[in-house]
Design a binder for this molecule. Structure first.
Ligand code: FPP
Length: 252
C-alpha cells in the first residue's frame, strides 16, 4: 500500500459554478513534428522548439492561479517511433533536466515524474531522481512530467500493487471502493486535473490520465505545441472559469 502523508487523491471534487480558474491543468503537447515539417526541418527540431515552450508555460502558472501542471512528454506508445526520434527525445529529456534543474529549484517549482521508469535509461532515471530531490522542498507550482506514461499501464501497475496487498492480507477486498485505486496510481499525491488541453487539432486523449480525468473539462485547440504561449493559456483559463462544472449533479 503506498503511504504518503501528502496524499490528496480520492476524487474530492464538488460541484461549482464558473468563476474560479483551474487549479490543475494537464497538457498533451502535440504537433511538434508537424511544426518542424512545415519548416522543412527534422521532427527533432520541433521537439526542441516544444521543450522551450515548457518554461514559459510553467512560469505563467502562478499568475493564473494554477497550482498543478501535468505535461505529457513521452507515452508508452511513443517507443513505436523511429530509433532516431526516440533516442533524440531521450537525449532532449536528459539535457532539459540538466539545464533547467537550477531554475526550477530556485523558482519554487516542485517537479515529479509519473510513468514506468523501468524501461528508461539509467542515466535519465538518475537525473529524474535528482530533479525530484532538488525540488522536493518547493511549494510553488507542482510540475508533473509524464515520461513513459500510459493511463492503462498505470492502472495495470496500480492493480498489481493492490492485488499484492490483498494477497498479503493488508487490504480487505470488501473495503475496495473508488477511493482505493487512486491511492495506488502514480498520481496519488495530486488532485484530479480540472482542465485537459490538447494542442494541434487532434480531439483524442491518447491514454493520458484516464482515471483522473473522469470529470475534467477538455480543450482541443488547433495551435501546434511549439506555437503555444502563456497568452493562450490565460485565455483557456479564463474560458474554463466561465464553464459550469456539475460533476453529475444539478446546480439550482
Ligand atoms: C507530440 O508531438 C510530442 C511528443 C511525443 C513529445 C513531447 C515532448 C516535448 C514537447 C519536448 C519536451 C518536453 C520536456 C518535458 C522537456 P508529435 O511528435 O506527435 O507531433 P506530430 O503529431 O505533429 O507528429
Amino acid at each position: 500500500m503506498p503511504k504518503d502523508p501528502d496524499t490528496m487523491a480520492g476524487g474530492t471534487s464538488s460541484p461549482s459554478l464558473g468563476g474560479a480558474g483551474p487549479r490543475h491543468i494537464a497538457i498533451i503537447m502535440d504537433g511538434n513534428g508537424r511544426w518542424a515539417q512545415a519548416r522543412g526541418r527534422p521532427r527533432l527540431f520541433g521537439h526542441h522548439a516544444g521543450a522551450k515552450r515548457v518554461r514559459e508555460v510553467v512560469e505563467a502558472c502562478p499568475g493564473l492561479g494554477v497550482e498543478y501542471l501535468t505535461i505529457f512528454a513521452f507515452s508508452t506508445e511513443n517507443w513505436k517511433r523511429t530509433q532516431v526520434e526516440v533516442a533524440g527525445l531521450m537525449s532532449l529529456f536528459r539535457r532539459y533536466i540538466s539545464k533547467e534543474m537550477k531554475a526550477l529549484a530556485t523558482r519554487n517549482v516542485r517537479v515529479r515524474f509519473i510513468g514506468d521508469r523501468l524501461r528508461l535509461d539509467s542515466k535519465l532515471v538518475k537525473l529524474m531522481d535528482q530533479l525530484e530531490l532538488e525540488t522536493s522542498a518547493n511549494v510553488g507550482t507542482h510540475l508533473t512530467i509524464a515520461l513513459n506514461y500510459g493511463g492503462r499501464d498505470e492502472v495495470a501497475r496500480a492493480t498489481k500493487r493492490l492485488a499484492r496487498d490483498v494477497a498479503e492480507g493488508t487490504l480487505n477486498p470488501e473495503d475496495i471502493d473508488e477511493e482505493t485505486l487512486p491511492r495506488y496510481l502514480d498520481t496519488h499525491v495530486l488532485p484530479d486535473p480540472d482542465l485537459v488541453i490538447r494542442t494541434s487539432g487532434e480531439a483524442r486523449i491518447s491514454n493520458f490520465l484516464l482515471w483522473q480525468s473522469a470529470y475534467a473539462e477538455y480543450e482541443f485547440i488547433d495551435t501546434l505545441w511549439p506555437d503555444f504561449t502563456a497568452t493562450e493559456l490565460a485565455r483557456l483559463c479564463d474560458r474554463y472559469g466561465r464553464r459550469e462544472r456539475r460533476f453529475g449533479a444539478v446546480n439550482t
